[in-house]
Design a protein around this ligand. Structure first.
Ligand SMILES: N[C@@H](CCC(=O)N[C@@H](CS)C(=O)NCC(=O)O)C(=O)O
Length: 209
């Protein structure tokens, strides 16, 4: 049994989608980050950087923060969505690391400057809009020669997809990114993605291009 501490954001959805893919039992603990619940002392004990998601594995007494680490942990434990060894494992990890170091942080800045702060910081707005398009291009190029980011469906896709699901917030569309659209749509239709997207449950439905 797992405890998932989360909120309805791309980083949180990575883990709920993974748990749904693996059909693992989990209890959802809502951490409302708009009400600063991420700073509660009890939550800080499992997520010292005051961010969702965090996961507790009750059976093995493991407590983890950081979505990338959580995905690797679940993949290794179940031997799914991440090869156990060899070059194929590193291929998945390189795309996962790109999500963690580039896709998430940069697209997150787009949300702030392009959607929530429009017109107030033109330099930042232009910088992150450009970086957003650059990242979409990198993904498009990769997906033009590969069905998924690292060959077969993996934690790299599970980590990246929720960020692309915010394409409207990023003021992006898929006209110039047909392979990204194909990848996005296919993953959006997976039953586990549909279930994992609406966690914590609010009735949220997946934006479709
Ligand atoms: N690198 C972290 C990032 C997590 C993150 O940024 N979470 C956001 C929500 S998407 C959060 O909890 N923000 C609350 C805050 O910064 O106080 C991960 O991938 O788990």
């Amino acid at each position: 049994m797992y405890d998932l501490y989360t909120w309805g954001t791309p980083n949180g959805r990575k883990v709920s989608i993974m748990l749904e893919e693996l059909e693992l039992p989990y209890e959802v603990h809502t951490i409302n980050i708009t009400k600063d619940e991420q700073f509660a002392p009890e939550f800080l004990k499992i997520s010292p950087n005051n961010k969702i998601p965090a996961l507790v594995d009750r059976d093995d007494g493991v407590s983890l923060m950081e979505s990338g680490a959580i995905l690797i942990y679940l993949a290794d434990k179940t031997k799914k969505f991440l090869p156990e060894s060899g070059m194929r494992r590193y291929e998945v990890l390189q795309w996962l690391m790109m999500q963690m170091g580039s896709v998430g942080p940069m697209l997150g800045q787009t949300h702030h400057f392009v959607r929530f702060n429009k017109g107030k910081a033109p330099y930042a707005e232009a910088r992150y809009a450009k970086e957003n398009a650059r990242i979409y291009n990198v993904l498009e190029h990769r997906l033009s020669g590969s069905q998924y980011l690292a060959g077969t469906y993996s934690i790299a896709d599970i980590a990246t997809w929720p960020w692309i699901s915010r394409f409207e917030w990023q003021e992006m569309n898929f006209v110039d990114y047909p392979n990204l659209k194909r990848w996005y749509t296919e993953i959006a239709e997976r039953p586990a993605t549909i279930r994992g997207y609406d966690v914590p449950e609010t009735g949220a439905s997946i934006p479709m291009p």
